[in-house]
Structure formats: structure tokens, C-alpha cells
Design a protein around this ligand. Structure first.
Ligand SMILES: Cc1ncc(COP(=O)(O)O)c(C=O)c1O
Length: 388
């Protein structure tokens, strides 16, 4: 691990207005603090920025293939962080995870076949299967004491002879679970018994808030024949705060599955871009100390938010969060007909749980300086008080 001369500065507030930011421009000209879409209000890791600046020094930005640099950086990351000895041929580069979800769904079965996923979930999991002519089978996660897990009896009951693929979010956005190895093994067994492929979106796999108690297991580490059914997708984008660069990669060990996946890409999905390759390489080669500091800061934000909510808004339940910077909040006890609109009226822009398949819930993005979170919480409290 590279050491940091100085702890990175996550406290400085950077004005993002007027930069075309999806998150901030949604509420342009209004006094609404945006804590919705999943990017962070932190400056990018310095080594990542430097690598992009170096690439900018070359004045041509033509269509770009992955050079050995990013490929070797990803392979070293897989080996060193996850203990996976991947072959370079397993990598398929993509201009983002969402196109990858579409490719995974389109490459399994035929039109009218089914994709199973677990709700609540990041909205594209609910929409993408339908966009590529598949039917969605949404099985609610089971929840006990606020902690979510797979509901295998409900999954068995929901299966039909046309179910072909399980689309997994690991760690899970929005409930913040890091699936244990045992849970993943049970899921792999379910897939094998029912002849299903498994697509695992692991974009949040480096944003770990409890790395000791809740360590991350990539599905690539699952032993046995599940390997032939796997499409695992990762990216440096979420962790290193460069999601606007549009770059991610799939790791597909089985050659036939990889061929099928790649076949859906042709002509429909764009190539990746040179700055994205530069950023990905630098993030995996030089970003580890920054990443660890980021996770410490995010853990502080999570703990601050959880403590404030417990003290001032005990009727709002926050799921215990093991990963991501996205707090999942159960506000059903407030009985609001339109919770997201109510909070906007009180100056706070949150993600609407209904879009994730869970009306009555909201998702709050705390990937921001602590002072911004404090202001967000102040507004949150006022909104809850007004709803009582
Ligand atoms: C689970 C998950 N997958 C994918 C994405 C988006 O990835 P991309 O911007 O690379 O399409 C997000 C963004 O929030 C996410 O949370």
C-alpha cells in the first residue's frame, strides 16, 4: 500500500454549480441541497487527476484501445485485493455499468425469458431487463432488525422455467449490505440448481465501511462450476469519484459466456475513452491509501448521521450500512404520501425509494464534506418535525 504524506482533505466544500453536474443542476436556482444521485462532492484522488493531466498533454483523443497499462493495473488489483488470478482475455471494457447490465441481460436466453433481481435495488436493475426484451422477476429481500438478506424460499417460489439470470448488486445499493461468502455460496448453489447465470455488479466493492467485520467477497472468488455462469462487473469510477468518465469492465472467466456478452455489445454500446483508461490505471496503481482514507471519512459520516437520526428522528429507521455512501431510510411511520417531494419542500433533494421498488423509503447520499452533511441533517430534522 502506498503511504500518504498528508491525510486527504475531504472537508473542503467545492462549488459544483454550473459544471453541468447532474446532482447539483437538478435544483439550480433553488435552495435545495442535493443528496441524491450517487457521486461524491470530493475532489478526485490527486494521482488520478495527474494521470488524466498527463494524458491531456497528448493532443489527440481518437478511438482508444486498452493499452497494457490499464489491463495490468486491473489484473494486479484483482490479484492483490481479491486474490483472483484473472487472465487478460477475461476482461471486457465497457462505457459504464448500466450498459453492462443490459448486455448481461440481453446475452442470457431469448426475448421473453426472465431476469431475477432483489428489491429494493438500484433502479436500472428494474428497468434494463425490460429494455432488452426480458421479463423482470423482482423478489424482495427479507429484512430482520433492519438487516436485509436473500429470501431463498421466495426466490424458489418466484422461479419459472423461463428464468435464466440472477442480477445481483454486491455490495447492495441501496440497503448497504456486503454479502457474506456464505450468502454468496448459497446464491451460487441456487443458480446452479436452477440452471441460471449470475451477473454481479460490484461497483461498490471498494467502498467498505466495516472492512474487518464485513469484508467483501467478489463472486469471482466462488469456487466450482458457478465460474462458467459468471459475469462480474467492476469499476474504479464510484470509489475514486470519476463516474462521469464512463468506464467499467466485466470479468468473464468462461469463453463462451464472454463471447455471448461481447456479441450484444457490437454496434450498440460505445467504446471507452482515453481519459477513462488513464484514470482507471492510476486509481488501481496509486489510489489505495486515498481509498482507505475516503472509507474512514465516509464511516465518520455514516456514524454522525446514524447518531443524529437516532437522537432527533427516532421514527426514521436507517439500515445498518456496511458499504457505500448511501443511507437507506425507512420513513413509513411518517405516513407521507410523497416523501421525496416533502423533503424537497424543506430544502433537501433525496432519492425516492419508490424508484427502487420501495415506496415510503428515501436514499440519502452522504458522500460530501461533514459540514454539508450537518446542514443536510438540519434540513432533514425540520422536514421530519413538519411531518409529525
Ligand atoms: C449498483 C450500481 N451499478 C451501477 C451504477 C452506475 O454505473 P455507471 O455509471 O458506470 O453506469 C450505480 C450508480 O449509482 C450503482 O449504484
Amino acid at each position: 500500500m502506498t503511504a500518504l504524506a498528508l491525510e486527504p482533505d475531504f472537508d473542503t466544500i467545492i462549488d459544483r454549480r454550473g459544471t453541468g453536474s447532474l446532482k447539483w443542476d437538478r435544483y439550480a436556482g433553488q435552495d435545495i441541497l442535493p443528496m441524491w444521485v450517487a457521486d461524491m462532492d470530493f475532489a478526485v484522488c490527486p494521482e488520478v487527476l495527474q494521470a488524466m493531466q498527463q494524458r491531456l498533454a497528448h493532443p489527440i483523443f481518437g478511438y482508444t484501445r486498452p493499452t497494457p497499462g490499464p489491463v495490468e493495473a486491473v489484473l494486479a488489483y484483482l490479484k492483490n485485493t481479491h486474490g483472483i488470478a484473472a487472465d487478460p482475455s477475461w476482461l471486457v471494457w465497457m462505457p459504464g455499468m448500466v450498459p453492462g447490465l443490459a448486455m448481461a441481460a440481453a446475452s442470457c436466453g431469448l426475448p421473453g425469458d426472465e431476469v431475477m433481481t432483489f428489491t429494493p435495488v438500484y433502479p436500472p436493475f428494474l428497468n434494463v431487463p425490460k429494455d432488452v426484451g426480458r421479463r423482470l422477476v423482482a423478489v424482495p429481500l427479507s429484512v430482520s432488525d433492519g438487516r436485509s438478506t436473500f429470501d431463498f424460499p421466495a426466490m424458489e417460489a418466484a422461479l419459472t422455467p423461463r428464468t435464466r439470470l440472477v442480477m445481483l448488486c454486491s455490495p447492495h445499493n441501496p440497503v448497504g449490505r456486503v454479502w457474506t461468502r456464505a450468502e454468496l455460496e448459497q446464491l451460487a448453489d441456487f443458480c446452479l440448481r436452477h440452471d441460471l447465470s449470475l451477473c454481479s455488479d460490484e461497483i461498490h466493492g471498494d467502498l467498505l465501511l466495516e472492512p474487518e467485520r464485513a469484508p467483501f467477497t467478489t463472486c469471482l472468488a466462488l469456487a466450482g462450476p458457478i465460474q462458467e455462469r459468471l459475469v462480474v462487473m467492476m469499476a474504479a469510477s464510484k470509489t475514486y469519484n470519476v463516474p462521469g468518465l464512463g468506464i467499467s469492465f466485466a470479468i468473464i472467466p468462461d469463453p463462451e459466456r464472454r463471447r455471448q456478452f461481447q456479441a450484444t455489445k457490437n454496434g450498440l454500446v460505445a467504446e471507452t475513452n482515453p481519459l477513462g483508461f488513464a484514470a482507471t490505471e492510476a486509481a488501481y496503481r496509486h489510489g489505495e491509501a486515498w481509498r482507505a482514507a475516503l472509507c474512514r471519512y465516509l464511516r465518520g459520516n455514516r456514524d454522525f448521521l446514524a447518531a443524529q437520526l437516532a437522537e432527533h428522528c427516532p421514527e426514521v429507521l436507517m439500515a445498518p450500512l456496511e458499504a457505500t455512501y448511501l443511507a437507506w431510510l425507512d420513513l413509513r411511520s411518517l405516513g407521507l404520501a410523497h416523501p421525496a417531494a416533502h423533503f424537497e419542500k424543506h430544502g433537501l433533494g433525496l432519492s425516492n425509494g419508490a424508484d427502487f421498488g420501495a415506496p415510503g423509503f428515501l436514499r440519502l447520499n452522504f458522500g460530501c464534506p461533514r459540514a454539508v452533511l450537518e446542514e443536510g441533517h438540519r434540513r432533514f430534522r425540520c422536514a421530519v418535525a413538519a411531518a409529525r
